[in-house]
Design a protein around this ligand. Structure first.
Ligand code: NAI
Ligand code: MG
Length: 320
């Protein structure tokens, strides 16, 4: 048995994750799913959004399928996703962005850089320390090179013309690319944000530091048809966590109108993580055929509900 922890979280997590879970269950009868409750709903009910027992449950799984959690503007509330990424040392954030004529994977360093958390206030200024370590750079560079070797090439997104910390990052990425025999180029991140929109077909695997990856991946998300379409993976050496890029979408929660494709595609990434390329391709094809029939949720201009979209994908799978 393969044990999959399922965290619906809050809001539309309760709608899109059951769809993704039933699609995974249809292709992998050997998956044993178990629910783990985290998030704002749990915090309201019990006073705790996620505790050490929850983290232990997540660690006991072979992989984690995660929906989204609501982060309220309450100063006493710590972001659950950030806590899980930290506690499970999920250092690589992987976001594929695909569309007509392009197929890009952005590999973002997830634990340091400008999100180091080392910041302080002085009398007349505030400082945030941008930490780029050799170890942190090397492990993300290796992760990106492994992907790039199975694909075409690597782009190293950086701002080394201004930031000394990025000189280190680029050096390590170059070393790893050369060692892996991966063709690579370096691009300044600002120019890259523009060029990815103008010429997405020129890019394959892009590796970059934390905040640049955050901004670049949302920018590139525009190319793929919006938030309802975008999956992601958070990977470490021991744990793997798959989640749609979108949040809990309280504005549409509870109405059965959320697009479950981002969640289903996160499930596809989970299948690939277990090297199950056959089922991953089958699920992708079933989603593609469903869309081609004009079956779409309202964010894509259709009238189909979340559950009904999931049922249509399951029908395609059983015909396949
Ligand atoms: P959001 O991604 O939840 O929603 C942004 C907009 O996109 C909304 O109009 C929403 O209706 C729409 N949208 C999102 N996913 C959709 C889907 N699958 N189908 C159709 N439309 C969709 O981001 P927002 O509104 O900034 O945040 C809402 C809550 O989610 C906040 O509490 C935030 O902290 C949390 N959040 C959690 C994340 C996570 O768990 N990883 C990531 C981003 C936000
Ligand atoms: Mg973001």
């Amino acid at each position: 048995m393969v044990r999959i922890a399922v965290v619906e979280g809050d809001g539309i997590g309760h709608e899109v994750i059951p769809v993704a879970r039933s699609v995974l269950g249809a292709v992998r009868p050997d998956f044993e799913f178990f629910d783990v409750e985290v998030g704002y709903g749990r915090w309201e009910r019990t006073g705790s959004a996620c505790d050490s027992g929850t983290i232990a449950d997540l660690r006991s799984a072979d992989a984690i399928l995660f929906g989204a959690v609501t982060t309220p503007p309450d100063p006493g509330y710590r972001s659950v996703v950030l806590q899980i990424r930290h506690d499970l040392d999920l250092y690589a954030n992987i976001r594929p962005v695909r569309g007509e004529g392009f197929n890009i994977v952005i590999v973002r360093e997830n634990t340091e850089g400008l999100y180091s958390g080392i910041e302080w206030r002085e009398s007349d200024r505030a400082c945030t320390l941008r930490v780029i370590s050799e170890k942190g750079s090397r492990r993300i560079a290796r992760c990106a090179c492994t992907l790039a070797r199975q694909r075409r090439h690597l782009t190293i997104g950086n701002k080394a013309n201004v930031l000394k910390s990025d000189v280190l990052f680029v050096d390590i990425c170059r070393q790893e690319a050369e060692r892996a025999g991966v063709p690579y180029e370096t691009r300044y991140i600002d120019a890259l944000c523009l060029d990815i929109l103008m010429h997405p077909d020129r890019y394959d695997v892009i590796v970059t530091t934390n905040i640049f990856g955050d901004i670049l991946s949302d920018t590139a998300g525009y190319l793929a048809g919006g938030l309802g379409m975008l999956p992601s993976a958070n990977i470490g050496d021991r744990y793997a966590f798959f989640e749609p890029v979108h949040g809990s979408a309280p504005d549409i929660a509870g109405q059965n109108i959320a697009n479950p494709i981002a969640a289903i595609r996160s499930g596809v990434m989970l299948l690939r993580h277990f090297d199950d390329t056959g089922n991953a391709a089958a699920v992708e094809e079933a989603v593609g055929k469903t869309l081609a029939k004009g079956i779409r949720t309202p964010d894509l201009g259709g009238t189909t509900g979340t559950r009904e979209f999931g049922e249509a994908v399951l029908r395609e799978l059983s015909h396949g």
